[in-house]
Ligand binder design. Structure first.
Ligand code: FAD
Length: 382
């Protein structure tokens, strides 16, 4: 396979790189007292969102007919990679497009929920994790019981991002009485629905909180069923696989920024009369990081091209997500080490990057789940 990026992709990459350098990185200094990458003041955020719309990269992955930029997977990954180099970029492009809603939703549902999200009028949240089943999603217990005119839903969800402001929730349930993958069914639940409530905030290491949800005898009409009962597993899995590409792009963007910082600092910082960059211990950290970022990028672009050709590459996506999320942890850690106390303090963005990459080894498929998927696919073919 030809691994050089297509000309059009390079143009997009360059445009986003310039946007990040011109508009986003200077804001890191101006908004230094932010505790995390996500708490951008509303006024600045909406100003930036307008600028993103002006360069045609709003709702990148959503099809053009519903107001998105309609980028293919490779271009989408490249934009995310560049955007995540800036801590400010990390809060700009999220939760606009819901592949599950696009795949399973009927025209009415798409018009009511998807189009306004993509256009930025309001947004939703995806709720699949539960206290007793999150990594093992086929074990969810939230039940959907069919009654006259609709469904009664009971259960608890946790770790739900964006729940504080979401207007609607895509909720993963199982038809009452079913087991494991068979009964999995999605519903769209409006925030104001009787019996539905957003509960306790669950603070997170990177500063973007998640929330508990409770569904208590929550009645929804048949209009809120997404797709058909018992058929939610495949659509959810597809969204998850796609998510693994994008998490990897984020990991590479953050790692690259920290790498650039470590190289620059190592040439400037003098200890025992010599710059750090003259020491072999430091050079090895630089060389290992450069090698791992390069390998990650090749894996990402290769997987993105194969995925957009609709190849089934579950194992490759698992390898990609495993390798890139762990790579980012190692690279950011080395950058912190080379910066010494400076790297641990809030004098640089490194401590924030450190917190931003740690959750990546847990969500969208933990490292252990990825290793297990890769190994099982190898062993079953022996
Ligand atoms: C920042 C953040 C945002 C999130 N946002 C959302 C959201 O918006 N919506 C949502 O629904 N969920 C969300 N989640 C939840 C996320 O999807 C789960 O945390 C994730 O799936 C892991 O589930 P768990 O935390 O229950 O870990 P568990 O599944 O309990 O696993 C715990 C540990 O044990 C390991 N493990 C589990 N089973 C095995 C096994 N068989 N063999 C070996 N090791 C194993 C895991 O790899 C992990 O390291 C979010 C999580 C985080 C951290």
């Amino acid at each position: 396979m030809e691994l050089d990026l297509p000309e059009e992709t390079l143009i997009i990459k360059d445009m986003v790189r310039k946007f990040v350098e011109r508009e986003l990185i200077p804001l890191e200094e101006r908004l230094k007292d932010r505790k995390n990458s996500y708490d951008l003041p509303d006024r600045i955020k909406s100003d930036l969102e307008n600028k993103v719309k002006n360069i045609g990269l709003w709702a990148m992955d959503a099809p053009k007919e519903i107001g998105g930029a309609g980028l293919n997977l490779l271009d989408h990954c490249v934009v995310i990679e560049e955007a995540f180099k800036a801590t400010v970029g990390r809060c700009l492009w999220s939760s606009l497009f819901f592949p599950v809603l696009y795949k399973l939703g009927n025209d009415k549902q798409k018009e009511k929920y998807l189009n306004p999200s993509v256009n930025g009028f309001f947004h939703g949240a995806a709720a699949y994790s539960e206290p007793n089943a999150a990594g093992d999603l086929a074990g969810i217990q939230t039940s959907a019981d069919q009654v006259k005119g609709g469904w009664i839903i009971n259960g608890n969800k946790c770790w739900i991002s964006h729940a504080l402001t979401a207007k609607f929730f895509l909720v993963l349930t199982r038809v009452k009485g079913t087991k494991r993958h068979d009964g999995i069914t999605w519903f769209i639940i409006d925030r104001e629905t009787k019996g539905f409530s957003v509960g306790r905030e669950q603070g997170m290491i990177h500063g973007q909180p998640t929330y508990e949800l409770s569904l208590n005898e929550c009645f929804v009409s048949n209009d809120q069923l997404l797709g058909k009962p018992n058929q939610g597993w495949v659509a959810g899995e597809e969204a998850l696989f796609r998510g693994r590409l994008l998490v990897s792009a984020r990991a590479i963007g953050i790692a690259q920024r920290c790498f650039d910082m470590m190289v620059k600092y190592s040439t400037e910082r003098v200890t025992f009369d010599k710059p750090l960059s003259s020491r072999q211990a430091i050079q090895w950290m630089i060389a290992d990081s450069a090698t791992e970022i390069h390998a990650s990028r090749l894996m990402l672009y290769h997987s993105a091209v194969k995925a957009q050709k609709k190849n089934k590459i579950h194992s490759e996506l698992a390898m990609l997500k495993l390798f890139t999320s762990e790579m980012a942890g190692r690279v950011v850690d080395r950058a912190v080490q080379i910066h010494g106390a400076m790297g641990l303090s809030d004098e640089t963005i490194l401590e924030r990057c450190y917190r931003d990459v740690r959750p990546m080894r847990i969500y969208e498929g933990s490292s252990e789940a990825m290793r297990s998927l890769v190994a099982k696919n190898i062993i079953k073919n022996v």
